[in-house]
Design a protein around this ligand. Sequence first.
Ligand SMILES: NC(=O)c1ccc[n+]([C@@H]2O[C@H](COP(=O)([O-])OP(=O)(O)OC[C@H]3O[C@@H](n4cnc5c(N)ncnc54)[C@H](OP(=O)(O)O)[C@@H]3O)[C@@H](O)[C@H]2O)c1
Length: 261
Amino acid sequence: MTPEVVDVRILVTGGTGQLGSAVVARLRAAGEEVRVLSRRAGPEVVRGDLRTGRGIDSAVAGVDVVVHCATDYFGREATLARTLVEAARWAAVPHLVYVSIVGVDRVPLGYYRAKHETEELIASSGLPYTIQRATQFHGLVRTLLAGASRLPVVPVPRISFQPVDVRDVARRLAALAQDDPAGRAPDFGGPEILTATELAQAVGEATGRVRRIVPLKVPGETFRAYADGGHLTPGHREGEITFREYLKERVDAGEPHDRRR
Ligand SMILES: NC(=O)c1ccc[n+]([C@@H]2O[C@H](COP(=O)([O-])OP(=O)(O)OC[C@H]3O[C@@H](n4cnc5c(N)ncnc54)[C@H](OP(=O)(O)O)[C@@H]3O)[C@@H](O)[C@H]2O)c1
């Protein structure tokens, strides 16, 4: 029997990605039958491409919920969503869950603008939906600081982050997928708000490469929006796994510094 003809309740787009794979694991642990959409063939995967539309109609057929974690970093975020929305409307999917980023309407970054446009597209699609915004993942913040940590002096922007673990975000998304459509859900943030200096110190301590950290003011409206905390949600610190705990796990797992994400 091919995966396409097995009845499942939930489709996860981007189910091969960082967040999506954690959502799939969480849902399967809760006993849900989950279909994963990917452009590449693989075990328990339905092949499809949200850019071209190939395979999307059969991917959404018969599901009760679509959790949309697939993303495009090259300006096609809304294109992907439009393809998905059209197929989901045709199949009368009862619930579409979309993951977005805290501050997409405040930080004037191209990728954020595309995510905001996608939120609006989904909200006006007529499909019952839930939109969950989350703060930056630990892996992204770690990657942002990784290059600099190889220099004798570490320049960091004079801004703060509220990093969150993908497993915590996956827990929230899985719960939302199992619940009724909620529209725009309350934001979801990491447990701590730390300056880039504190985060770089944590990376240095975890990797045994303690360096002098130099906070710099970065010009431009995007960094001003970050400096103003546009990407933070101080009232929502529901994430449980801290940045230091995340780093310690990676070190304990014996991963080389430069491959950690
Ligand atoms: N990173 C952060 O700090 C952060 C914070 C808050 C929210 N988010 C949001 O969380 C979501 C997931 O991010 P992530 O870091 O987990 O992403 P990721 O690891 O980069 O994974 C991207 C996924 O998108 C899929 N994909 C890309 N183009 C596709 C296409 N044309 N058709 C079908 N699938 C396609 C890929 O699947 P295949 O390659 O298998 O086809 C892959 O599974 C994104 O919406 C992102 O904006 C991220």
